[in-house]
Design a protein around this ligand. Structure first.
Ligand code: PEP
Ligand code: MN
Length: 368
């Protein structure tokens, strides 16, 4: 199956990677969370190159850490290792920049690809400072990670700041969103946010960073597969020669050999349908779906009219719109019945929440 991943061409820019890649082949960016030692940086790069499936190298040189005192990156020394790895393997390299000083050092070293971390994207002042620092730089590619909070417009705003600074290649990396109490993932994927971004800016390339979404290596494959099924353009996956000894993000890193296996296990499905019989049977089913959707929407419209009628009574009788007891009763009743219709409780909850919000909006109008 490895033939689905053509060997990367030895070019130092992202534009050349894209030009030489084949349609529907994910662009693979891999490398350690952080450059730690010369041997770790170079050996990881060599082994990634040897897989023949990696198009770009990544390594953090300045690491944004939650608490002070953790490994904060090797700075300029690490940058030199990354440059050596790039020269030796021919793979274009990239690193994170978070200040104009980082930009100056990276450009002085001759690196042409940078990414903006999630903690920077969240702050328009920081993004603007970095955008000002790259103004007029030719052949630069900027990858913008999503902000830590689920806000597609803020993400889009950061991308626009780089466009306005004259950067032609600006792309997006989806690394998930902070949760107060992470359950399964370290950072909630919330797939609807990157899909909204793609609608806002269809021309950007969208990458998925399963490593920072998952936080642990066992989950990487499923998330990477989902990204490909949602027609992402590529993946960024953290790799280390000795993941368990990594100075940052140890649990989510995998070896270059494990990356090779993971990439081989991914199914690359076609995003266009050409087979006539398939088109026919799908159009039959799609017709049914359209019919059901129309009926559902008509019913919801009817439901809202009933809600308005209730709103009028509430107004006359001076009772509040929100009736928590009634609402909790509805939620309980339907959540318990979810399984009978093979619907997940999570879906029912989201659906009821949306209905409730719209009912409140309509009743508020009636109350005025
Ligand atoms: C990283 O890629 O190593 C990193 C720090 O990412 P993020 O900004 O997504 O946390
Ligand atoms: Mn990391």
């Amino acid at each position: 199956m490895s033939d689905r991943f053509p060997g990367p061409d030895f070019v130092p820019t992202f534009t050349a990677v894209m030009t030489n890649s084949q349609p529907r082949q994910p662009i693979v960016i891999a490398g350690p969370c952080g450059a730690e030692t010369e041997n770790q940086s170079l050996e990881t790069a060599r082994r990634l190159k040897a897989t023949g499936k990696v198009h770009m190298l990544r390594a953090g040189i300045w690491k944004p850490r939650t608490r002070p005192g953790s490994f904060e990156g090797m700075g300029e020394t690490g940058l030199q290792w990354l440059m050596t790895a790039m020269a030796e393997t021919g793979l274009p390299a990239m690193t994170e920049v978070a200040t104009p000083d980082h930009v100056a050092l990276v450009l002085k070293a001759g690196l042409k690809n940078v990414w903006i971390g999630a903690r920077s994207t969240v702050n328009p002042f920081v993004v603007q400072e970095i955008a000002d620092a790259v103004k007029g730089v030719r052949d630069l590619t900027v990858f913008v990670k999503n902000p830590v909070n689920p806000d597609a417009d803020l993400w889009m705003g950061a991308i626009e700041r780089f466009h306005r600074a004259g950067v032609k290649e600006v792309h997006a990396i989806h690394r998930g969103f902070s949760a107060y109490k992470p359950v399964k993932y370290r950072n909630e994927p919330m797939w609807e946010i990157p899909l909204r971004l793609k609608r806002l800016a269809p021309e950007i390339k969208l990458f998925c960073d399963p490593s920072h979404i998952c936080g642990r290596r066992e989950l990487l494959l499923d998330v990477a597969q989902k990204a490909l099924d949602l027609i992402y353009d590529g993946l960024m996956i953290e790799t280390h020669i000795e993941p368990d000894k990594a100075l940052s993000d140890a649990r989510q890193q995998i070896t270059p050999a494990e990356l090779d296996t993971l990439l081989k296990s991914l199914a690359i499905r076609s995003s266009s349908i050409k087979d006539a019989a398939l088109i026919e049977s799908l159009s039959d089913l799609r017709g049914k779906i359209d019919q059901i959707d129309q009926e559902l929407i008509a019913l919801i419209g009817e439901r809202m009219q009933v809600a308005e009628a209730i709103g009028k009574i509430k107004k006359e009788k001076h009772i509040t719109i929100l009736q928590p007891e009634r609402w909790n009763e509805i939620k309980k009743q339907y959540s318990e019945g979810a399984g009978q219709n093979s619907l997940s409780e999570e879906f029912i909850e989201k659906y009821l929440e949306a209905l409730h919000q719209e009912s409140i909006r309509r009743q508020t109008k009636v109350m005025r």
